[in-house]
Design a protein around this ligand. Structure first.
Ligand SMILES: [Cu+2]
Length: 189
């Protein structure tokens, strides 16, 4: 296999596993007990769907698949693929809601150590050669399945039940695009 087709095969394998995950969607609350984190991207549906498969991108972004890969290889990230905010102060009993406002599926996965996710080609391209460590002794595959958020969907997380990466600090990342990250720090109530 050429290195390009190998990259695409790995990407397809990673994305095919999306279908096997738990498609849980929590409800989004608008009260102050909730912190919303937006998951964004800029996928161009024509090229992403042509390369990875139909339904990969349901948005209306304009970053082509080729430009996306080139950007990740050059800078280890794609600047429009982010968790916003990437840093926030939370309260101990606060609920965090991840809102996927992008065109692709993302995961909002609790990790104790940031690192590579489940798509090896993107791990390599983004320089995340060491895998992330999921919270709660979960495997990456299990935690990925439980933390998927489809395009247009939302998922709520109860921080009181999430493992802290260090005292007072929660870390979340996307296991498809491992540079999409948020660090949540518990402030004084
Ligand atoms: Cu993602």
């Amino acid at each position: 296999m050429s290195s390009k087709s190998r990259v695409l095969a790995l990407l397809s394998a990673g994305l095919a596993s999306l279908a096997l995950g738990t498609m849980g969607v929590g409800s989004a609350f608008a009260d102050s007990k909730t912190l919303h984190i937006e998951m964004t991207d800029d996928c161009d549906p024509a090229t992403f769907n042509a390369v990875i498969g139909k339904g990969t991108c349901v948005g209306n972004g304009d970053t082509t698949f080729g430009a996306f890969i080139a950007e990740v290889q050059a800078t280890h990230r794609a600047e429009d693929w982010v968790f916003d905010p990437s840093r926030a102060t939370v309260r101990r009993k606060q609920t965090v809601v991840a809102d996927n406002v992008g065109g692709e599926t993302h995961s909002f996965t609790c990790v104790t150590v940031f690192g590579g996710g489940i798509v090896d080609a993107l791990n390599q391209a983004s320089g995340n050669t060491k895998l992330a460590t999921a919270c709660g002794n979960q495997t990456l595959a299990d935690s990925f399945g439980a933390s998927l958020v489809l395009a247009g969907g939302s998922k709520a997380f109860d921080l009181s039940k999430a493992e802290q990466a260090s005292p007072g600090v929660f870390q979340f990342q996307c296991l498809i695009h491992p540079w999409m990250r948020s660090v949540l720090r518990v402030g004084r109530d």
